[in-house]
Write a protein that binds this ligand. Structure first.
Ligand SMILES: [Zn+2]
Length: 447
């Protein structure tokens, strides 16, 4: 028996008990990156958050029973523009950026998804979906474009809980003349000249963004699956349109039973933007901090809340990890402590999870702590290596320090604890921290 997993479902705006369609194959889809530039720290949030969900699902149902698909969008007008700007081929840009993304996520210490399909490998599936939508009266061709006709779907807007009026007001800015309705969105568009294009019944063209996710999730997870995840900014229009396409193509009432969305990210209290000069890539952060610190700093805020990404969060995460690794036993089985699991099963309550890990540390529950850290994928060796490589220079010579430590050892041997404490304090004043353990005393430079 395991504790029930409760997840907040954007579709119903409530926490639900998660029950998979098929416990032998639990299916999760998350929208992945559009590979035109290095991923920024805001992109790291869904990767880190839904990695935690993946770990919890694996714990509940078994590693070979969870299928996590996170796509790579490698056909997009931003990609075309960037490749032209840099004077490189589209394939070089998307391959290079996808490889960078793979390095970033593995340094962060997130588990690789079961599958990372690329959009350009799924053009036939996209075309099949579009043909179905046309045949069922949900899409039409106009001037080389194929558009989804939004009024053809009752219940459009059910995820974002917006009325059609509200959405139309937003869509009216610039309406292409070939659209029957201002809300209609592109499934397929013509590709003139040297833009990437594929032959289709509607002429040489390329897909719209939304149809890519409908095609990849259909191919790898089926018409209806368990959980669809992504950033809160994707709810409208991207996820709303994915639902419209998939539900209307197959005549199903839902695309995924549960929809999960992570909140926005700000940097030091401000919206991140290139013009403000506070645009931070994952690679920038990983230059200064180990991946585990970055991951823990992200998990310090509940995923549905907006997060303020600050240097202070990173420093606190570093301190917490150092104290946990110090206190953890060795060689424990990879298993989360029950209180940690309970926090995660409550809609991924990671702030509570962190509180529970601090509890394990203060209770000296060394094995439970080690098992929990291992379950979470924290890597003590990498962390220790980083701390050694970045340790500040001591303010005294090593001979002086070791000399004082020997005097302290002798004082302790003679049960002169006042003298031992005096030496410890003397070292502390000079920024040297002494750590006592059953194996003896060690020292490090305070940070
Ligand atoms: Zn998507």
């Amino acid at each position: 028996m395991f504790m029930s997993l409760r997840l907040y479902n954007t579709l119903t705006r409530s926490k639900i008990d998660f029950v998979p369609i098929d416990p032998a194959q639990v299916r999760l889809y998350a929208c992945g990156p559009t590979v035109y530039d290095r991923a920024h720290i805001g992109n790291a949030r869904p990767i880190i958050v839904f990695d935690m969900l993946f770990r919890v699902l694996i714990h509940h149902f078994g590693a070979d029973r969870v299928r996590y698909v996170r796509n790579i969008t490698d056909v997009d007008d931003k990609i075309n523009a960037r490749a032209a700007e840099r004077g490189i081929s589209i394939r070089d840009l998307t391959d290079g950026t996808a490889a960078d993304f793979g390095r970033d996520t593995s340094e962060l210490g997130t588990l690789p998804p079961t599958l990372e399909p690329r959009a350009t490998d799924h053009i036939p599936e996209m075309q099949a979906l579009i043909e179905r939508l046309i045949a069922r009266g949900h899409a039409y061709e106009a001037e080389g474009h194929v558009l989804f006709h939004v009024p053809s779907m009752s219940g459009y807007g059910g995820l974002s809980h917006r009325s059609l009026d509200e959405m139309e007001a937003g869509a009216r800015v610039e309406v292409a003349p070939y659209k029957k309705d201002a809300m209609d969105f592109v499934l397929w568009k013509p590709s003139p000249g040297d833009l990437p294009g594929w032959d289709s019944p509607w002429g040489r063209g390329r897909p719209g963004w939304h149809i890519e996710c409908s095609a990849m999730s259909w191919k790898h997870l089926g018409e209806v699956f368990d959980i669809h995840a992504g950033g809160i900014d994707l709810i409208f229009p991207h996820h709303e349109n994915e639902i419209a396409q998939t539900c209307c193509a197959f005549g199903n009432p839902v695309m995924a039973n549960v929809w999960m969305h992570n909140g926005f990210l700000q940097v030091e209290g401000e919206k991140m933007s290139k013009s403000l000069g506070n645009f931070v890539t994952i690679a920038d952060v990983l230059k200064d901090w180990p991946g585990d610190v970055v991951r823990l700093a992200m998990l310090g805020t509940h995923y549905r809340q907006p997060i303020n990404w600050t240097l202070k969060n990173l420093q606190e995460a570093e301190k917490a990890l150092a104290s946990w690794f110090d206190a953890a036993g060795q060689g424990a089985e990879s298993r989360p402590a029950p209180a940690v699991m309970a926090a995660l099963c409550d809609d991924l309550n990671t702030p509570q999870m962190i509180t529970e890990i601090h509890q394990l540390r203060s209770q000296s529950a060394r094995k439970a702590l080690a098992g929990t850290l291992d379950f979470l994928g924290f890597r003590p060796k990498l962390f220790e290596h980083w701390r050694e490589a970045t340790a500040p220079e001591p303010s005294m010579s090593i001979e002086e320090i070791e000399d004082l430590l020997e005097q302290r050892l002798a004082a302790r041997g003679a049960r002169d604890f006042a003298e031992a404490d005096r030496i410890r304090n003397l070292l502390a004043e000079r920024g040297i921290v002494v750590k006592d353990s059953p194996q003896g005393s060690t020292w490090e430079v305070a940070r």
